[in-house]
Ligand binder design. Structure first.
Ligand SMILES: Cc1cc2nc3c(=O)[nH]c(=O)nc-3n(C[C@H](O)[C@H](O)[C@H](O)COP(=O)(O)OP(=O)(O)OC[C@H]3O[C@@H](n4cnc5c(N)ncnc54)[C@H](O)[C@@H]3O)c2cc1C
Length: 491
């Protein structure tokens, strides 16, 4: 069921066992799994628009997401917070305020984080969980996303496609699956039981913006929520409260931090908003392959093609593609972040190291609708990021030369001038077993609160190089299981 916040009376109190804020992949996944576990779920989405068309999100973004984008954003992506509509899969569309969130136009490219991503190494703190802890949930996530199984190894896919696996010193060939088109948009997609957000038993309220998280004695006691009218410059239509046993914040990495800062929650150790990370991707500047180094069959695998050169796809529309990533041994030996390279189109993309100065804070200016303080986001790369880029491109060149090929990599300065964030917003409420080093614990519960959880890539401790959403979905499945366990134990 989907209803509109405008139809909820002023002063009403809505109740459920769990209230989830934000209907992107993080929130919708947790909502569906909780509903299937027999838990009553209220899913609120701030947008006035239902996610079936793209353009309408734009007015709400300009009204509510204006702020200041600083640091590298100031030169490279000054409109990061509200980037206008520019077509599907464009970098010029970083985050959405719409039913389904940014899944309304993401690419669906999926791969788990690698075991090394969870390990502590200099410059990259460890997660309080391991890859083995997530393995069963990754398997469930693969089914939920209708992927072609949960094996992402080049050896497995070499067999499926009938192609040869390339061998490159210091690099692994790694495969990425793309979710099929019918399952991409969480506002409209079919879930494994045939239900959709609209037909499921999830009580979804569109046009319901979270304004404040009310707390008392380490517990959230309710949410203050408002709907918008449809005037030319909208104002508040109705204001109501939500009371639940548990609450999940799933607003995306910028807004998750902004909401906690606005309600002054979880920031006892000045951790909220810090460690904003991404996978810097250079817009229009790439390494070039000046002499090829793979056989036709190896190239086919890396491009996701069968031996006959035609693209492989399955009945659910899944496709695959390959990348070269640094091996775990190389990462430990050189003390750098990970990096991937493509053999067929020469893109390069790396793991930004966590940096406390790269962060979301609040401005003194306010938005035009609810009068809430706007966000400032400061994107700061660190010297370690330069070492990561330069070492990994150097290693790639040496490995490619061993196979008789060659590449040319632009200088760090050239690349840096062209870096964009490209949709992967990570960190800002990171996971940690030590409350002084992060915002949420291993179960995604805000350290200082008994019943407030955070979902999404804001909880990532390190970025790895895998696209984040498959792990976001995996963590939301795990969160739903954790909450269901708490309810089964009497909460
Ligand atoms: C062009 C592009 C391509 C991408 N391609 C890929 C890809 O191939 N693979 C991949 O893994 N990832 C990709 N991503 C990233 C992916 O889209 C995000 O990781 C994912 O959408 C994050 O999910 P989320 O649910 O955490 O947040 P979102 O999808 O951002 O959803 C957050 C929701 O919260 C709502 N909200 C915010 N504030 C409030 C409030 N105060 N009250 C109520 N609701 C609120 C928003 O309206 C929104 O619906 C891409 C991103 C972009 C921009």
């Amino acid at each position: 069921m989907i209803r509109n916040g405008r139809d909820i009376e002023n002063g009403a109190v809505l109740k459920a066992q769990v209230c989830i804020v934000g209907s992107g992949p993080a929130g919708a996944t947790a909502a569906w799994h909780l509903w299937k576990a027999g838990i009553s779920v209220l899913l609120i989405e701030g947008s006035r628009f239902d996610g079936t068309a793209y353009e309408p999100s734009w007015p709400d973004k300009t009204l509510l997401y204006e702020g200041v984008a600083d640091g590298l954003f100031a030169t490279n992506e000054p409109d990061f917070l509200i980037l206008p509509f520019a077509g599907q899969h464009s970098r010029a569309w970083e985050r959405e305020r719409i039913l389904g969130g940014t899944s309304t136009h993401w690419g669906g490219q999926s791969r788990p984080l690698d075991p090394i991503d969870f390990e502590a190494r200099p410059g990259f703190p460890g997660w309080p969980i391991t890859r083995a802890d997530l393995d069963p949930y990754y398997a469930t996530a693969a089914k939920f996303c209708m992927l072609h199984g949960d094996d992402f190894s080049a050896e497995y896919w070499g067999g499926v496609l009938g192609d040869d696996v390339p061998q490159l010193a210091d690099f692994d060939a790694c495969m990425y699956q793309f979710i099929g088109k019918p399952y991409l948009n969480f506002a409209t997609r079919t879930f494994p039981d045939g239900s959709t957000l609209a037909s499921s038993g999830i009580d979804t309220v569109l046009n319901a913006s979270l304004l404040d998280i009310e707390q008392d004695g380490g517990r959230v006691t309710g949410l203050r929520v408002a709907s918008m009218d449809d005037a030319k410059t909208p104002g508040i239509a109705t204001e109501f409260r939500i009371e639940a046993d548990a609450y999940v914040l799933a607003c995306g990495a910028v807004a998750n931090a902004q909401r906690l800062l606005l309600s002054n929650i979880g920031n006892e150790h000045d951790q909220v908003g810090r460690y904003f990370m991404c996978h810097p991707l250079s817009s229009g500047v790439n390494i070039s392959i000046t002499r090829p180094f793979l056989t036709t069959s190896q190239n086919n695998l890396m491009a996701g093609n069968r031996a006959n050169g035609l693209q492989w796809t399955d009945d659910n529309g899944v496709t695959v593609t390959g990348r070269f990533q640094l091996t775990a041994d190389a990462l430990r030996q050189y003390g750098i972040g990970n990096c991937w390279m493509r053999s067929y189109s020469a893109a390069v993309y790396f793991e930004m190291a966590p940096n406390p100065e790269s962060r979301v804070t609040l401005l003194d200016t306010t938005d035009k609708v609810f009068g809430q303080r706007q966000a400032r986001i400061d994107w700061q790369l660190s010297p370690l990021d330069q070492v990561t880029y330069e070492t990994s491109t150097h290693l790639f060149k040496a490995s490619v030369q061993q196979l008789g090929g060659d590449i040319e990599a632009p200088s760090w300065e050239t690349m840096k001038a062209a870096f964009v964030v490209n949709g992967h917003h990570l960190g800002t409420t990171r996971m940690s077993s030590d409350p002084s080093q992060g915002v949420v614990d291993a179960n995604l519960k805000v350290h200082s609160m008994d019943n407030l959880y955070v979902a999404g890539s804001s909880v990532f401790v390190t970025a790895g190089v895998s696209n984040p959403t498959f792990t976001i979905i995996t963590l939301s499945i795990r969160l739903a299981e954790h909450l269901a366990g708490r309810f089964a134990a009497g909460y």
